[in-house]
Write a protein that binds this ligand. Structure first.
Ligand SMILES: COc1ccc(-c2cccc3nc(Nc4ccc(N5CCN(C)CC5)cc4)nn23)cc1
Length: 290
C-alpha cells in the first residue's frame, strides 16, 4: 500500500535552476536565490537553494538529516520544502525551498522598525510559537531557535527556518543529549543545555524567551549588551548562580517581560509549554487593546 511509498521527492533539474544572487552564507555552505525556469521564459518560480560547501562526511550526513527533517514538516509557520536537486557536477545534493521575499527577521526589523507596533511583534511571536508547537507535536527539538533563523514571508507572516541542528527526541526520553558542545552562541541556550548538553522542548522554550526579547528589542542586538554566558567551568556567569536575567527592552509591556521570565525559569519543568505560551501571548494581545 502506498503508505510505505517513499514520499515523492520533487526533483529539480540543475539545468533549469538559474542562479540570481547569494542570500546568505553559513559555516555549512550557502543559500542562493534561483529561478526554476524549465520554460526558459522567466515565468518560473523564485526558490531558495541551500547547498553544502564542505564535503566533510559529518556535514553531508547532517545535511541529509536536515533535508529529511524539513521535508517532513507541513506548517504555515515553517519554511516550506519544495524538493532537491542532484548537482551532477559537484556530486552534491541541493535543498530547494520556497523563497521568502522579505528575508531574515533581523534585516526586516532594521529596515521597518519604525512602523512595527507591539501588536505586530506579538503576532510574530504567536506565529513562531505555533510553528514551535507543531515542531514539538512531531517530537522535534529545534536547538537553534533565534531571530537569525526566522524569515519574513510578508508584513504579517514570519516562518521558522534552518533545521540544521534539529533533532528527534527518542520515544522513551524527554530530552536529547548531544555529544559535544555546538557552535551556536550560548546566549540562546538554556542552562541545562550549557552545563549538561541536554536539549528538550523545554530548552526550546528558553530560546523562545530569548527570541521574544530579540523581537521586543527590534533585533537591535547591538543596543542590548549581550551577556556572554561562558561554559560551566566559569559557573559564576551561569544564569542560575546569580539568577541574572535580561532586563525588559525599552517600551516592552511588563506582561511580555513576565512571559520571557517564565521561559527563563532555571528548572525546565517550571517553564510554560508552547500551547500555554500561545494563551499568554493571545492574552497580552487582548489586554493591549483595552
Ligand atoms: C544563512 O543565510 C540564509 C539565507 C537564506 C535562507 C533562506 C532559506 C529558505 C528560504 C529563504 N527565503 C529567503 N529570503 C531572503 C530574502 C532576502 C534576503 N536578503 C536581501 C537583502 N540582502 C542585503 C541580504 C539578504 C535574504 C533572504 N532566505 N531564505 C536561510 C539562511
Amino acid at each position: 500500500p502506498n503508505m510505505f511509498k517513499k514520499q515523492q521527492q520533487d526533483v529539480f533539474e540543475e539545468r533549469y535552476l538559474r542562479f540570481i544572487s547569494i542570500l546568505g552564507k553559513g559555516n555549512f555552505g550557502s543559500v542562493e536565490l534561483c529561478r526554476y525556469d524549465p520554460w526558459g521564459d522567466n515565468t518560473g518560480d523564485l526558490v531558495a537553494v541551500k547547498e553544502l560547501q564542505s564535503n566533510k562526511q559529518a556535514t553531508v550526513t547532517d545535511f541529509q538529516r536536515e533535508i529529511q527533517t524539513i521535508s517532513s514538516l507541513h506548517c504555515d509557520y515553517i519554511v516550506k520544502y519544495k524538493g532537491i536537486c542532484y548537482s551532477t557536477g559537484r556530486l552534491s545534493t541541493k535543498l530547494v525551498m520556497e523563497y521568502l521575499p522579505y528575508g531574515s527577521l533581523i534585516g526586516y526589523m532594521e529596515k521597518h522598525r519604525q512602523n512595527v507596533c507591539t501588536r505586530r511583534l506579538l503576532l510574530f511571536a504567536s506565529q513562531i510559537c505555533k510553528g514551535m508547537e507543531y515542531l514539538q507535536s512531531m517530537r522535534y527539538v529545534h536547538r537553534d531557535l533565534a531571530a537569525r533563523n526566522i524569515l519574513v514571508a510578508s508584513d504579517t507572516l514570519v516562518k521558522i527556518a534552518d533545521f540544521g541542528l534539529t533533532k528527534i527526541i527518542p520515544v522513551d526520553k524527554e530530552y536529547y543529549r548531544v555529544t559535544q558542545p555546538g557552535e551556536s552562541p550560548v546566549f540562546w541556550y538554556a542552562p541545562e543545555s550549557i552545563s549538561e548538553l541536554k536539549f528538550s522542548h523545554k530548552s526550546d522554550i528558553w530560546s523562545f524567551g530569548i527570541v521574544l526579547h530579540e523581537l521586543f528589542s527590534y533585533c537591535d542586538i547591538s543596543r542590548n549588551p549581550k551577556r556572554v554566558i561562558v561554559y560551566p567551568e566559569d559557573r559564576k556567569l551561569c544564569p542560575e548562580s546569580d539568577n541574572w536575567r535580561l532586563p525588559a527592552p525599552s517600551q516592552c509591556p511588563p506582561k511580555v517581560h513576565s512571559i520571557m521570565m517564565q521561559c527563563w525559569e532555571f528548572n525546565s519543568e517550571d517553564r510554560p509549554s508552547f500551547s500555554s505560551l500561545q494563551d499568554l501571548i493571545e492574552n497580552s494581545l487582548v489586554t493591549l487593546n483595552r
